[in-house]
Design a protein around this ligand. Structure first.
Ligand code: GAR
Length: 216
């Protein structure tokens, strides 16, 4: 049985689209049951609907700081759709610790940096200001702290001296679209094992690829 998965978005939804595309494969272990947005104007909603995925809007603005009130409505939508797993795809709203704990081990997020470096806003600007030569993207389990939690998968890109936040973002998003579906595949097929704060992957082969930047 495919694991019923919700994708939560606030905007463009390009990671959402990558997950929807991957989940079309007959042997993919998760199905996208619903896309939920906290903004009615999220462009990703139209993309989801065009793919035939049910969409739900739960506007978060009227809830203001009442996070628990918002989450009660969100949880009902998840229950109504028999959701087992959640993927956050640019979902720009913080959760209460209670909600994060309730979904611990069943909720993934993607962030465009090699966590634990550069969590929060403007990760590409942070990376450029730090002068790192490699950056990338991370899929991790969600915990109460923002952009933190056991790391499931990472992908790296080189950073060039003339990169801007925009050019770096354009390179990293390509990595995001590759690793998020693979991370969901691992979770949905039961191959991820949490050992304390560490996520291990059963049956994964070691890779020997090396990235060095700048080229000597
Ligand atoms: C993605 O780059 C994602 O990694 C980032 O928001 C973007 C959403 O784009 N998420 C975060 O920064 C989480 N802290 P998308 O709507 O096209 O998937």
């Amino acid at each position: 049985m495919k694991r019923r998965t919700a994708i939560l978005i606030s905007g463009r939804g390009s990671n959402m689209a990558a997950l929807i595309e991957a989940a079309k494969a007959a042997d993919f272990p998760a199905e996208i049951a619903v896309v939920i947005s906290n903004r009615a104007d999220a462009p990703g909603l139209e993309k989801a609907a065009a793919s035939g995925i049910p969409t739900v809007v739960i506007a978060s603005k009227p809830f203001g700081k009442d996070r628990a009130g918002f989450e009660a409505v969100l949880q009902k939508a998840l229950d109504d759709n028999q959701v087992e797993l959640i993927c956050l795809g640019g979902f720009m709203r913080l959760f209460t610790a209670d909600f994060a704990r309730h979904w611990y081990g069943r909720m993934l997020n993607i962030h465009p940096s090699l966590l634990p470096c550069f969590p929060g806003l403007d990760p590409h600007g942070q990376a450029l200001r730090a002068g790192v030569k490699l950056s990338g993207a991370t899929v991790h389990f969600v915990i109460p702290e923002t952009d933190a939690g056991p790391i499931v998968m990472q992908g790296a890109v080189t950073v060039a001296d003339d990169d801007t936040p925009e050019t770096l973002a354009a390179r990293v998003i390509g990595i995001e679209h590759r690793i998020y579906p693979e991370a969901l595949r691992l979770l949905a097929s039961g191959r991820l094992k949490l050992e304390g704060d560490i996520c291990r992957t059963q049956g994964s082969a070691a890779t020997d690829s090396t990235l060095i930047a700048p080229a000597p």
